[in-house]
Design a protein around this ligand. Structure first.
Ligand code: AMO
Length: 453
C-alpha cells in the first residue's frame, strides 16, 4: 500500500455510542458507533475479521469486500495493528457462537494510522527485554498483561483513599521541592531553585508531621525521589509513597492501621478484580487476621542459630528473610535507634524492664518495618515531638539543626504525640501480584539508567 494515498479522517462529529462491555445480544439489530484500535486482524480473502479494542475490551468487526468500495477494503486490509478506527455499524449475532455478537460496519473512518509494526505483540506475554518495552511504554501498556496489573493498581489506589476517608484522615499535598534532607543525605537529588540549591523530596516526612497539628490525621499519595545508585528490581528513583500520620497514637496503633489497610486493599481486589486475577493466573496472598510482629532483637537471635555472622545492628538481607518467612506479611518491630532517621522516637528508660542495658549503642526505637517475605513494603514509627530531644537527635546523627529552623519553629507551639508510616505503592503491588520487577508496577519508571520516556 502506498501510505500517501491513505488519509486519516478528522474525528469531526463522530462520537462513541457504546463501549465494548455495553454491547451484547440485547443490542442485536441496533446501530452503534464504536471507536478503538486494531489489536489483531484475520484475513479470509473476501472477509476481514478485525478485533477493535477499547478501554474495556475487544469487539469483533466483520469487514466484507462486497459491502465496501475496493479502495476502502484494501486500505483496511493493509492497516497495521494499533491503527485507530471509528465504525458506525449494526450489531449481529456471531456465527458459530450463541452468546457472542459482532459488528457489521456501514461506515468506517480511519482515525489514526500506525506506520510501523510494534517490536512486540499485544496479546502474548512479551518475549522481548524490558528495555525494548519501556522505550515504547505507551504501546507496551496496551498489552493485556499490563492492563490487568494497572487495573488492579487502580483498585489499590481507590481502596487506599476509601480506607483513609472512612477513618477520618484528611488527604494532603506537601511540597516536592524542599530545602533539607529527611531520610539521610546520600540519596538526594539536588535541583536549582532560582539562585539556591534545593532538593527533590525523599519523603513528605516533616510536613506530614507538622500537619498533624492542624488536622490530626493526614495522608498523602505522591511521588518520592531517591537517588538510588544501584540497579535492582525493587528500587526506583521516583516512586509513589502512601504516607499516613496521626496525632495521639504511637507506632503500635499505626501498625494496626497498616494491617487493616492491607486487609481492605486485598478484599477490594478480590471483589473488584476477579477477572484480572484469573487472567493473570494468580491468587492473592492468604493473610492472617493479624500479622506476625517480631522484635528486631528476637529476629537476630533466631537467625544467629544458622547465620553466625549476623550481628545485632546489621540490616538483614532480603534472601534470609524470604527463606524464613516465605510469602507472608509480617512486622519487624523495635529496630536499633542507630538504624533509624533522626525523627524516630527511642524507647525511653521507663519502657525498659528494670536492669536492661540502654546505653546509646543498644538503644531501641518505637519503629516497625512491614515486610512481605524479603521485600520491605513500609516503615513507620512514633516520632519525637519534643523540641530539645529532636535537636539532640539531629546532633547525634551529624545534622545541622540550623538548617531545620523552619521545622523546629513549630515545636515551640506544642506538637502533639504522633506516629505514622510510609508505604511504597509499587512495592505493595509487586508483593500482591508477585511481580519480579518493580518497573512492571510503574507507568514510566525512573532509574539510574532511564530518564525517558
Ligand atoms: P522509607 O525510606 O523506609 O521510610 O520509605 C518508605 C517506603 O517507601 C518505599 N521506598 C521505595 N520504593 C521504591 N523505590 C525506592 N527507591 C524506594 N525507597 C523507599 C519502600 C519503603 O518501605 N519517612 C519514612 C516513612 C515514615 O516513617 O513515615 C520513609 O521514607 O516501600
Amino acid at each position: 500500500m502506498d501510505e500517501k494515498i491513505v488519509h486519516e479522517d478528522d474525528l469531526g462529529n463522530l462520537r462513541r455510542s457504546h463501549y465494548s462491555f455495553q454491547i451484547s445480544r440485547s443490542n442485536i439489530d441496533e446501530s452503534v458507533v464504536i471507536v478503538g484500535w486494531i489489536s489483531s486482524k484475520r484475513d479470509h480473502g473476501n472477509v476481514l475479521f478485525v478485533q477493535l479494542r477499547d478501554q474495556f475490551g475487544e469487539m469483533q468487526v466483520v469487514v466484507k469486500k462486497k459491502e465496501l468500495s475496493s479502495d476502502l477494503f484494501n486500505t483496511i486490509r493493509n492497516l497495521k495493528e494499533h491503527s485507530s478506527l471509528g465504525i458506525t455499524g449494526v450489531v449481529v449475532e456471531q456465527k458459530n457462537s450463541l452468546d457472542q455478537v459482532e459488528i457489521i460496519p456501514k461506515e468506517i473512518k480511519i482515525l489514526s494510522i500506525s506506520n510501523k509494526p510494534a517490536p512486540f505483540l499485544t496479546q502474548a506475554v512479551s518475549s522481548v527485554g524490558i528495555d525494548t518495552r519501556l522505550d515504547l511504554r505507551a504501546i507496551d501498556l496496551r498489552r493485556n498483561h499490563l492492563q490487568y496489573i494497572f487495573k488492579i493498581r487502580n483498585t489499590v489506589i481507590n481502596s487506599i483513599r476509601e480506607y483513609f476517608n472512612e477513618n477520618y484522615f484528611v488527604e494532603v499535598n506537601t511540597p516536592k521541592m524542599i530545602a533539607t534532607a529527611t531520610e539521610g543525605g546520600a540519596a538526594l537529588f539536588p535541583i536549582f531553585y532560582y539562585d539556591r540549591e534545593a532538593f527533590l523530596a525523599q519523603s513528605p516526612q516533616l510536613y506530614k508531621e507538622q500537619l498533624t497539628m492542624a488536622f490530626e490525621s493526614v495522608f498523602e499519595i505522591a511521588p518520592i525521589f531517591r537517588a538510588e545508585p544501584s540497579r535492582t528490581n525493587r528500587h526506583l528513583s521516583e516512586a509513589i509513597s502512601v504516607d499516613a500520620e496521626k496525632a495521639y497514637v504511637d507506632y503500635r496503633d499505626m501498625m494496626d492501621h497498616l494491617e487493616k489497610l492491607i486487609h481492605h486493599i486485598i478484599n477490594k481486589i478480590n471483589t473488584k478484580n476477579a477477572n484480572e486475577l484469573e487472567n493473570l493466573g494468580i491468587s492473592l496472598p492468604q493473610i492472617n487476621n493479624s500479622f506476625t510482629r517480631i522484635t528486631y532483637s528476637d529476629l537476630v537471635r533466631k537467625l544467629q542459630a544458622n547465620h553466625k555472622y549476623i550481628r545485632w545492628g546489621d540490616d538483614i538481607s532480603p534472601k534470609i528473610l524470604k527463606d524464613l518467612f516465605g510469602d507472608e506479611f509480617f512486622f519487624i518491630i523495635e529496630w536499633p535507634a542507630s538504624t533509624k532517621p533522626f525523627y524516630v522516637k527511642s524507647i525511653t528508660e521507663d519502657d525498659y524492664s528494670a536492669g536492661k542495658d540502654i546505653d546509646e549503642k543498644n538503644r531501641l526505637s518505637e519503629s516497625f518495618d512491614l515486610m512481605f517475605g524479603g521485600l520491605e513494603l513500609s516503615s513507620g514509627s512514633t516520632r519525637i515531638n519534643n523540641k530539645s530531644m529532636l535537636m539532640e537527635n539531629m546532633k547525634k546523627k551529624g545534622l545541622n539543626d540550623k538548617a531545620f529552623d523552619y521545622h523546629l519553629r513549630v515545636f515551640d507551639y506544642a506538637v502533639p504525640p504522633h506516629a505514622g508510616f510510609g508505604l511504597g505503592l509499587e512495592r505493595l503491588i509487586m508483593a500482591i501480584l508477585r511481580l519480579d520487577n518493580i518497573r512492571d508496577a510503574t507507568f514510566y519508571p525512573r532509574d539510574i539508567d532511564r530518564l525517558t520516556p
